[in-house]
Design a protein. Sequence first.
Length: 320
Amino acid sequence: MQLSRDALTRAYRQMKTIRLFEDRLHDEIALGEIAGFTHLYAGQEACAVGVCEHLGPDDYIISTHRGHGHCIAKGCDVEAMMKEIYGSSDGLCKGKGGSMHIADVGVGMLGANGIVGAGAPIAVGAGITAKSNGTVSICFSGDGACNQGTTFEAMNMAVVLKLPVIFVFENNHYSEHTGEAYAVGAESMTTRAAAFGMKAVKANGIDFFDVYQTIGELIEWCKAGNGPASIELDCERFFGHFEGDPQRYRGEGELERIRAERDCLTTFRTKVTEAKLLERADLDQIDEEVTALIDRAVAQAKTAPRPTPADVTQDVYISY
């Protein structure tokens, strides 16, 4: 799939926005500015953007506790997201969702989820609608979710009902603090998914182009009425499982190595500049624009209004 200059520029902007959003949160959380658990997505940007660049607002995604990247890639407003994480009533979910429960149904983002594997049944439900309107439902999960019973049941139901659902397993090699070699009993997540009777493939999650090409083929296959599919994306997580995680389970020099050798943004920049598809100056300009966006989002979030006690019963039930 040959991408236009505009498409390449947009993809890089999306990935850079996710990276700087997460890097800035890492700094702000250390200052005590943000309450609650936060799980950063930095390092996995090519996965979210490679998938979501194929999707429109009528396609659905369901996310995980590590969901900021999925939200941005699907089109959620960055400034409203930052306000949400800061707990503002001007946030995407009026300050009631926070980092792990951001949602924006208007752009097809059905929500991040604090329970590992809980998104898969929701994605299957959305897949029933998708089957009737010619769209697709994407379930983002980490490698930990591949061992969950909810995920197994959802994958089986998707096959039985022949739904256009794609189970995207972002394998960053750690389920919280446990390595995949210890936790996954099957040969791989890919072979396990295939055992359910669906098409299952694997791609390089630090290479935007490999993700984009592979998922594009799967989306076409699912929309053609062939049922569900699965893709395992081999990627890296640049921060701990959660902010404050000491990461003692990492090998000596591991973080430094993956940041130097397996950075999806560096890979993208190298490929497009060497192929003369984009100029370094163009990418640098995007970097500056995204930096300004994140600075503005943080400044606004810090001064934005907070929910009042009277808001506690709002948005709980349709009729309270």
